[in-house]
Design a protein around this ligand. Structure first.
Ligand code: TYM
Length: 374
């Protein structure tokens, strides 16, 4: 647990304190995403996605190995997921937007896992029925991202467990309690379900290999908080005769408040994809910023976009044009734009995005069955 605001904690179940991404690369033992690797993806995709250009995806494991295999003609599968504990928020879709870019570029299959089991086990007051309902609700957001119908399979754990169980057992047998405790920090009071659960999240890494009967590489785009699971999966992979799953890790979209990531468990920090534009605007207008206490000081000394979540939202999702982004940054520093103006502009963009998303989300109901793994 974080003892104070500044202590960095990054696990699949807790992200707090100021996140130092360089330090995470060292501590987790991952690799920085290099320009050379970004160029290799660009070569296939035809352009650099904003999340590559801005190094929002900043770290990886074995992406080079996966791309070498791809160059030799071995197609990979994509795998990502969501723990359905609430409605989806803007932070969750960062890696999904990027996953869609990869699916379109490489024309590959995607497995998307909805872990109602995990959230039931982890969140004291969440019933299994509620977690499952959220799984199907969140699935609509996934479909609304535009993933290709024939190439995208949604796994709902409690529904599809028969398909995952053998793989999960094989991973579990190779994973000792002492490894799991070291990786996830389990305590005496941790329930035994959550200790086993990592094997369930590892299973989809190898699912395509089981289905096709040959070794298929797998690439997982996700927030770096999920990395501990991949350490377990990678350890088991070679012993099970599969490729180690490759990863690409993204940074966290910040909370609207002063520190931490946008988190589903703290509603005021998050903009949900089901929020009305009015609700979203209210949260944005109440957000912490990098501004000065008074207009006069702001005009004189300028604001600090480096610590401002409002600025970060433009950077992560809502201002694609690099030149305009730079302009927003410098007008803030020079005190030429006030926080209220910046918030209004963001609220307008977020509102438009939400309306468009909610229209697609409605249509997604008609095709949900086609995306669910049978
Ligand atoms: P969950 O539901 O916590 O998060 C879903 C995905 O969103 C990422 N994420 C964020 N990314 C950027 N900014 C944020 N503020 C932010 N908050 C969350 C997470 O890193 C994740 O990629 N155990 C998983 C579910 C899962 C999964 C997977 C995730 C099962 N298999 C494979 C990724 C890949 C979970 O609870 O994710």
């Amino acid at each position: 647990m974080a003892n104070n605001e500044e202590e960095m904690v990054v696990t699949p179940w807790e992200v707090s304190g100021k996140v130092d991404y360089e330090r995470l690369i060292k501590e987790f033992g991952t690799q920085p995403l290099t320009d050379a690797l970004i160029k290799r993806i660009e070569k296939v995709a035809g352009y650099q996605h904003l999340q590559l250009r801005r190094k929002i995806f900043f770290s990886h494991r074995d992406l080079d190995v996966l791309l070498d295999l791809y160059d030799k003609g071995e197609k990979f599968v994509l795998y990502t997921g969501r723990g359905p504990s609430s409605h989806t928020h803007l932070g969750h879709i960062m890696s999904w937007i990027f996953t869609k870019y990869l699916q379109d570029a490489f024309k590959v299959k995607l497995y998307f896992q909805l872990t109602d089991d995990e959230k039931f086990l982890h969140i004291r007051d969440l019933t299994l029925d509620d977690a499952r309902d959220y799984a199907y609700d969140n699935a609509l957001d996934v479909i609304a991202m535009g993933f290709q119908q024939g190439k995208t399979k949604l796994i709902v754990d409690t529904k599809n467990i028969a398909l995952l169980y053998e793989l999960a057992l094989r991973v579990a047998k190779l994973t000792t309690f002492s490894t799991a405790r070291a990786v996830f920090g389990f305590k005496e009071e941790s329930n035994i379900g959550i200790i086993f659960y990592t094997a369930v999240q590892s299973a989809p890494c190898f699912l395509e290999s089981v289905i096709t009967g040959k070794k298929v590489p797998c690439l997982i785009p996700a927030g770096i908080d999920q990395d501990p699971h991949w350490r377990v999966a990678r350890d088991a992979a070679t012993r099970l005769g599969y490729y180690k799953p490759a990863q690409m890790h993204c940074k966290f979209m910040p909370s609207l408040q002063q520190s931490g990531k946008m988190s589903a468990s703290i509603p005021e920090t998050a903009i949900y994809l089901t929020d009305t534009p009015k609700e979203a605007k209210k949260k944005i207008m109440n957000a912490f910023t990098g501004g000065r206490p008074t207009i006069a000081e702001q005009r004189k000394f300028g604001g600090n976009p480096d610590i401002c979540p409002v600025h970060q939202y433009f950077y992560f999702l809502f201002e694609e044009d690099d030149k305009k982004m730079e302009e927003l940054n410098s007008t803030c520093r020079r005190g030429e734009i006030l926080c209220g103006e910046c918030k209004e502009l963001l609220a307008e963009r977020v509102g438009k995005f939400l309306l468009n998303h909610q229209r697609k989300r409605k249509q997604a109901r008609n095709v949900l069955q086609k995306y669910l793994l049978k």
